[in-house]
Design a protein around this ligand. Structure first.
Ligand SMILES: Cc1cc2nc3c(=O)[nH]c(=O)nc-3n(C[C@H](O)[C@H](O)[C@H](O)COP(=O)(O)OP(=O)(O)OC[C@H]3O[C@@H](n4cnc5c(N)ncnc54)[C@H](O)[C@@H]3O)c2cc1C
Length: 479
């Protein structure tokens, strides 16, 4: 058996070839420069790499991949390195090279009639949103890491986020792709057609493939008209069931105006208020459960404020909302969203946590919250149950923070027990063990159990057909 931790350096001749392709600016080799690319955001995985390659164009990226393929060296595509599952971390033995798309950061085209944005993979999601907004358009994908996560990573993970309830996941927003294949060929599928039934839909193969089939270098994304009315409310609700009831009422009234519907637990909010600067609860007192509602519309004089006020007033009368506050301006809206977006960071500061990015049918979210919470508490008394997330699409981040005072390593040693405990409830509710974060390095062991048989065989067959030598992000997705 080879020792997987003993160093396997990349041939010096390959590094020289890569330098000749991308130049000095495009190749990082000093350990002090490469270290940050070899560790994930959660600091669960630390790999090693002899070089980080930073091509500036699709042609350079293709030449890099071809050179690596000829040398038999594996490549790990990397965007903002914000993966929650260690998806962009290279192997520990140093045998893989990181391909960073960060220098491919141009907006190639924005068409306000076609409502399309043609953009390179290394543009951050925030910069892409800003480019759309500058032309009066909306790129509706929105996630907590949008200042750092890049379009290539967003697509490779089929990111979801806050607005999935209305616009779908990244997959639903992509019309075309440009991809460098594992042998260095370029597939130019940058079409901006709304209808194009011409055989297999190849672009969707690369979306959500987590860099295991090729390197996304550019994409055509759908845009929408910019909303002109936006209303945000934070509600204290007595139970997860009440939060679901509230969501259903807004959906029945006008599903098309629900831009986001988020759930937060009281325990999670407490961590945010304790650990995050400038976090302030705009309600009279803390609650056991919260709902964050955002309504938006491009229609002028749509009366969203009146809708929000009347639905919430009725909900209070019916006892499904205890208290609510409506943002009066942009900064109040941002302050409410800050409470939601800082949940991950607050949990990180509170010590070790085990994350379960799971989904169930929307109607079963309250049952998930109750049953999985009870099961985890029975497994480990004192564990802090801090579920939050996208209730409107049935995607809850069922996170568990370590009991106060417990050794972090001892807690993390139980991660599989905890994940399996949540998983049992999720399975019973017809859910998925990975809603939007993907599989990465964290969850391949769960694949045979959840996606075994024909499904996993088909995935392996596709992987083998596109990347027969397993040179694209090995060790991810597949056990
Ligand atoms: C604070 C925080 C909040 C988050 N909130 C959300 C959320 O609400 N919803 C959500 O879905 N996710 C969320 N995430 C997870 C993460 O931000 C997303 O998975 C994001 O899409 C990853 O983008 P990235 O550019 O950082 O990709 P990376 O982390 O660099 O890579 C992720 C995966 O994509 C592959 N990849 C990257 N670029 C390319 C490319 N150009 N071509 C092919 N493969 C590529 C990598 O190999 C890896 O497998 C959050 C993360 C953080 C830290």
């Amino acid at each position: 058996m080879p020792d997987t931790n003993s160093p396997r350096p990349v041939p010096a001749a390959l590094l020289a070839t890569l330098r000749s392709i991308v130049g000095d600016r495009g190749l990082l080799t000093a350990p002090s420069d490469t270290a940050a690319y070899a560790e994930d955001w959660r600091r669960l995985y630390r790999g090693r790499t002899d070089a980080v390659i930073r091509p500036a164009s699709t042609r350079e990226a293709a030449e890099v991949v071809r050179a690596c393929a000829e040398a038999g060296v594996a490549v790990v595509p990397q965007g903002g390195n914000t993966s929650m599952v260690g998806g962009a971390v290279p192997a520990e033995d140093g045998s893989e090279l990181v391909l960073s798309l960060a220098r491919m950061n141009r907006v190639r085209d924005l068409d306000p009639v076609d409502l399309t944005l043609t953009i390179e993979a290394g543009v951050t999601l925030k910069a892409a949103q800003d480019a759309a907004a500058a032309q009066g358009c909306l790129l509706p994908l929105s996630i907590g890491s949008e200042g750092t996560a890049q379009i290539g990573g967003i697509l490779a993970t089929n990111a979801g986020g806050n607005n999935t309830v209305r616009y779908g996941n990244a997959r639903d927003l992509v019309l075309g792709l440009e991809v460098v294949l594992p042998d260095g060929r370029i597939w130019n599928g940058l079409r901006r057609l709304r209808k194009d039934n011409t055989g297999y839909c190849l672009r969707q193969l690369f979306v959500g493939a987590e860099g295991t089939l090729g390197v996304i270098t550019a994409a055509v994304l759908k845009l929408f008209p910019q909303p002109v009315e936006v209303e945000v409310a934070l509600c204290a609700v007595p139970s997860p069931e009440a939060a679901l009831d509230l969501f259903t009422r807004f959906q029945r009234h006008d599903a098309a105006s629900i831009q986001a519907f988020e759930y937060m637990s009281g325990a999670g909010m407490d961590l945010v208020l304790r650990h995050i600067d400038n976090a302030r609860l705009p309600l009279a007192q803390t609650a056991a459960h919260y709902a964050l509602i955002e309504l938006a519309t491009p229609r002028p004089q749509a009366g969203l404020r009146a809708t929000m006020e009347s639905l919430l007033a009725q909900a209070m009368e019916d006892g499904i909302v205890d208290d609510a506050v409506l943002a009066e301006n942009t900064s109040q809206r941002a302050a409410i969203w800050h409470l939601r977006e800082e949940h991950s960071e607050a949990q990180k500061r509170a010590g070790a946590s085990v994350k379960n990015d799971v989904s169930v049918p929307v109607s079963r979210v309250p049952e998930l919250i109750r049953r999985a919470g009870a099961a985890c508490t029975a497994l480990m008394p004192g564990i802090r149950v801090v579920p939050f997330g996208h209730m409107g699409d049935g995607n809850i981040h069922f996170n568990l923070a370590q009991p106060e005072g417990m050794d972090a390593a001892a807690f993390l040693a139980r991660d599989h027990d905890i994940m399996d405990t949540v998983g049992e409830v999720v399975r019973d509710l017809d859910g998925s063990f990975s809603a939007e974060h993907g599989i990465g390095k964290l969850k391949p062991y769960m694949m045979p159990d959840w996606r075994g048989g024909a499904e996993l065989e088909l995935m392996r067959a596709i992987k083998h057909a596109v990347d027969p030598r397993n040179l694209m992000n090995p060790g991810k997705i597949f056990p």
